[in-house]
Design a protein around this ligand. Structure first.
Ligand SMILES: [Zn+2]
Length: 321
């Protein structure tokens, strides 16, 4: 049997939540794609339990399951009649996530080097670029943009604008950042380790996600699929990003369990166990880099964001096969 290791740390208290952004958008030009076939978590769907069909296509309980008195758990919009059926549904979801059906676009697209973008725009001279590159080489690293700012006196705004051109994304403002209200969107790990900063939700359907110097399309896609919100990624001025990230990390996030599974079947086991234990009214699974992110809703989500204290996350990394 594969061995599961429970990682220490992680359990956090769920977030308190008051208001969400609901007015119109103010920044950027929407450019992300919508994902065909994706359905937002079921909202307000009443479940009678009696005439429901088990979501497991291989369910063997036949009409007997109609007498089983359970209306939960629900995984990806489908009710399962038994622990075995939950496990079968999760196994199929894990397989499809790991096979990479949802591969984020653009992760390996060739980008014009930052220095060339700035040179082309006339924002720096070739002398400034050469000196910054020499300094970078001499110091054995460091981001070129930082060298241009620190050593050549280039404005940080221009460097961020150039990064925006390089990534074909907008530079996003940070005004009215209600960090506390947005922590329900994702586990703390995404803000901390992946540097993704939820900035605001506009018109109840569009989430602005800020990054410091490079986008993470994998994280953006995962959040888009999980939240049902369209995600618009952009860059934030470094000097604003860091303090905002630190502020956000001090807020309360949804409760999370971090697990490590030694194999795919071990991951299915731990995820199915969590769903059976909590019996959520909805749950979803998405892949984020080398992890699987399971989110479980205790209560039906009515608005664009989950009700505080109503969601629980499980992040499962899969070790070498
Ligand atoms: Zn079944």
């Amino acid at each position: 049997m594969p061995v599961l290791i429970r990682k220490p740390g992680g359990p956090a208290v769920a977030a308190r939540f008051e208001t969400a952004w609901s007015e119109g958008t103010s920044a950027g030009t929407p450019s992300s794609v919508s994902w065909a076939g994706w359905k937002a978590p079921a909202r307000g769907a009443a479940r009678s339990g009696l005439f429901e069909t088990c979501a497991n296509p291989g369910c063997g309980s036949g009409w007997l399951h109609l007498w089983r008195s359970r209306s939960a758990p629900v995984f990806e919009g489908g009710w399962s009649c038994s622990a075995d059926c939950t496990s079968a549904c999760i196994e199929s979801a894990v397989r499809s996530e790991l096979e990479g059906r949802w591969r984020a676009q653009e992760s390996h697209r060739h980008r014009i080097p930052l220095g060339l973008v700035m040179l082309e725009q006339g924002w720096i001279t070739s002398g400034q670029l050469r000196q910054a590159l020499d300094a970078q080489k001499g110091a054995g690293g460091g981001r070129l943009g930082l060298w241009l700012v620190r050593q050549q006196g280039v404005s940080e705004q221009l460097v961020t604008r150039a990064l925006g051109l390089q990534w074909s994304c907008p530079v996003l403002p940070l005004e009215f950042h209600d960090a506390e209200a947005l922590t329900v969107l994702m586990p703390r790990l995404f803000v901390d380790a992946f540097g993704a900063l939820p900035l605001r939700v506009a018109a109840g359907k569009l989430l602005y996600l800020g990054f410091e110097d490079r986008l993470d399309p994998v994280v953006a896609l995962a959040v888009e699929r999980m939240s049902g919100l369209r995600v618009e990624s952009g860059l934030v001025l470094g000097s604003l990003f860091r303090p905002a990230q630190t502020r956000m990390l001090k807020q309360k996030f949804p409760a999370v369990e971090l697990m490590e599974a030694s194999s795919q079947p071990a991951a299915v086991h731990v995820l199915a166990k969590a769903v059976e234990r909590m019996r959520p009214v909805e749950s979803k699974l998405v892949r984020v880099h080398d992890c699987l992110w399971l989110r479980m809703w205790r209560r039906v989500q009515i608005g664009p964001l989950p009700v505080p204290d109503s969601v629980q996350d499980l992040i499962c990394s899969i070790g070498a096969h």
